[in-house]
Design a protein around this ligand. Structure first.
Ligand code: IVH
Length: 668
């Protein structure tokens, strides 16, 4: 048994990791249910050992960090998360807690579908849409206004003009639009998206609103945020107001004066929900009366007047037939279970990731075992446990191979013993294939026609051993591949030629530099402009860049000091790839200004710059642009009609700059 302190630390670490995967990456690895189990265990341990409580424990917080690369906006009121329940008993318990706190006042419960999308706050000032923000970590999220404006469901102007109006709701995608999107992806030889929620989250993070519009996001409003000049006293009244203001409100809403009614209504949706044209992952039960809500209050994590009811994840029992090893771009071996197919939550499941050696060992999963599989909502299937009682004696304990299944290089175990890694590097065909896939992806070099299957063939045929080899392919070679006509071969070559112009940011994102994802690549390209400047940067210089930590700085430095990577860059240069970044003022224009560590807020109407333009300029000089003035704001840039932010800046002694003064500051 680990000590409580040790277990608490482990749980905090795991929960923080899964929070990040869920909120920032939109790529959860475990179901909500498993997450909740971990969180419950942590809550229980902290309650038993109050001396081990800590203000930064995941029990005290709502979610993860906002992503890099977008402007962060602080929510006027935090976007809290809600507690989950899984069965009728949980709901009765919730009802009893509510009744106890409200004494004799009986609550009315409003029950809604829990739409499986992305939480969004949309603000209107004097009736005009001003900003749409993701939930982020609950305190502050990303400004995605440019994409929100593309959603047909979202009114740009309200029929009335309250001074401040904020709605909160869910951005989602219909099953039909999702299916269409994936058909197009597959037809282009690209990986399909995992589920509508992930795709919605990814779409909101797009920089280009035109592409966002094509994906046809939708919106359901389910609450009011902070408002001024709006009088409502109950949730039902606020939904009526939202409808009157032109927001789509989900029609399947019912209210009850008893928890029994709530339970029946929830159950009635357990299977019916699959007929809807959008995904739901449960129900939300809310106390209707706002005065009662106030009485019930809020815990550190969530309000006491609301609870989510999650439809139990479907579980199935099947047999683990064998374990495959997948080799990732950096050589990590991931075990994947081949299962006897079982039907679960609307799909047939025949594979599930077993993550790593620890996962397999901690669950004592053996080849041939009977295993319990769970699929919560539309999430990746999860192996809950093995059933040792069902063993016949012929099950085999899994051992990682000593050599790489793709290239036969030695496999090494990392310091902690959790991961096994193939040391073959660029000699390993599996690693090369993964790297090429990452390079051809839409958000990196976007190479039309270069999908998984083609990459597989190019590498297996020995035609491509590195990224540079792609650009040396001839029509003859490509036509020689299986099922490849002259036309598609030419398309591939055209796609490759077009990719040469993508520029530094996307190239960096595609090179498989450890720890460097799309948004860090963007930051680096803007900060250094040329690949040479980046390659020459010291670890210290790299670590000064906003969003680049010390580990990342070291990894980037190491990458560019590796001989093979250096010759790859040289080859790419001579093959005609663009190794620089556009749209950044030259150092001459900005007098070598460095805003690293400085935070700016822009307010009022500017005359020389667009808001986004000046914010991009600040970021390109290493600074940060945020939405609200605080002690840590370095400068407020104020245009015409600067309002409350100006007063706040004066109060706090934050220096205020006009556009001309800003230009002077950057030496323009
Ligand atoms: S109410 C403080 N109602 O579920 C309560 N949330 O944490 C605010 N969700 O991601 C949430 N449908 O965006 C509410 N009808 C609904 C909902 C809903 C989906 C999402 C919400 C958040 C999560 C709850």
């Amino acid at each position: 048994m680990p000590t409580p302190q040790k277990r608490i630390n482990e749980l905090r670490q795991q929960l923080t990791h899964h929070n990040y995967l869920y909120y920032v990456d939109a790529r959860p690895e475990i179901s909500d249910r498993v997450y909740d189990r971990l969180l419950d265990e942590l809550k229980r341990l902290e309650a038993e050992h109050p001396e081990l409580q800590s203000p930064d424990s995941p029990t005290q917080r709502v979610g993860g960090q906002p992503i890099d690369g977008f402007v962060t906006v602080k929510h006027r009121e935090p976007m809290l998360s809600i507690d989950n329940s899984y069965n009728a008993d949980d709901l009765r318990e919730f009802d009893q807690r509510v009744a106890k706190l409200l004494k004799d006042e009986a609550p009315i419960y409003v029950v809604e579908l829990k739409i499986d999308g992305v939480a969004m706050s949309i603000t209107y000032l004097d009736g005009a849409l001003t900003v749409g923000t993701t939930r982020g970590d609950g305190e502050q999220g990303d400004d995605v206004t440019h994409n929100i404006r593309t959603i047909n469901d979202v009114p740009l102007k309200l029929p009335e003009s309250p001074r401040l109006f904020e709605t909160r709701g869910e951005v989602y995608m219909t099953r039909a639009d999702f299916a269409q999107y994936n058909r197009d992806r597959v037809a282009r030889g690209l990986e399909p998206a995992a589920n509508p929620r992930n795709l919605s989250a990814g779409t909101l993070k797009l920089l280009d609103p035109k592409e966002c519009r094509r994906r046809r996001l939708r919106f359901f409003a389910y609450a009011l945020g902070p408002c001024e000049g709006v009088a409502v006293n109950t949730h039902l009244e606020s939904l009526e107001l939202l409808k009157r203001f032109g927001f789509p409100v989900n029609p399947h809403i019912a209210s009850f004066d008893s928890i029994a009614g709530v339970i029946d209504y929830c159950n009635s949706w357990a299977t019916k929900r699959h007929d809807l044209n959008y995904e739901t992952d449960g129900m939300v039960i809310k106390v209707n009366d706002f005065a009662q809500r106030k009485k019930l209050g809020t815990t550190a994590r969530s309000p006491r007047w609301v609870i989510a009811y999650k439809f139990a994840a479907e579980q199935g029992i099947t047999k683990l037939v064998s374990i495959d090893i997948q080799v990732g771009k950096f050589g990590t071996l991931t075990p994947v279970a081949n299962l006897e197919p079982v039907h679960l939550a609307g799909t047939t499941v025949s594979r599930a990731s077993l993550h790593n050696a620890d996962f397999i060992a901690s669950k004592d999963i053996r080849v041939g075992d009977t295993v319990v599989i769970e699929k919560a909502g539309e999430i990746i299937p999860y192996v809950v446990r093995s059933e040792p009682d069902a063993r016949t004696g012929s099950e085999i304990v899994f051992t990682f191979p000593a050599t790489c299944p793709a290239c036969s290089s030695t496999v090494e175990r990392d310091k902690n013993g959790t991961f096994y890694r193939c040391i073959g590097g660029r000699k390993c065909t599996a690693q090369v294939k993964e790297i090429l896939q990452g390079y051809a992806r839409r958000s990196t070099m976007d190479i039309e026609g270069l999908g998984e299957k083609i990459i597989e063939q190019l590498v297996d045929a020995g035609l491509v051993k590195s990224i540079a080899d792609l650009y040396r392919l001839t029509l003859e070679q490509v036509v020689g591949l299986e099922r490849m006509g002259k036309k598609s071969a030419q398309n591939l070559l055209d796609g490759l030629a077009a990719s040469k112009e993508r520029g530094l940011a996307r190239l960096l994102a595609g090179l498989a530099i450890p720890h460097v994802g799309d948004s860090v690549a963007d930051v680096l390209a803007n900060a250094f402009v040329t690949v040479d400047a980046l390659a020459e940067a010291s670890v210290e210089r790299l670590a000064q860049i906003q969003g680049v930590g010390p580990i990342m700085a070291q990894a980037i430095h190491d990458y560019f000091h590796d001989e093979h990577n250096q010759s790859l860059i040289t080859e790419l240069r001579s093959l005609g790839l663009k190794l620089t970044q556009d749209q950044r003022p030259s150092p001459a224009q900005t007098g070598g200004t460095d805003f690293t560590g400085k935070t700016f807020v822009v307010t009022g109407t500017l005359s020389k710059y667009g808001r986004e333009e000046i914010e991009a300029l600040i970021r390109s000089l290493g600074g940060k642009a945020t939405g609200s003035v605080s002690k840590s704001t370095s400068y407020l840039i104020a245009g015409e009609k600067a309002g409350s932010k100006m007063n706040k800046a004066k109060q706090l002694g934050v220096p205020v700059l006009s556009e001309d003064e800003f230009d002077k500051l950057i030496g323009k």
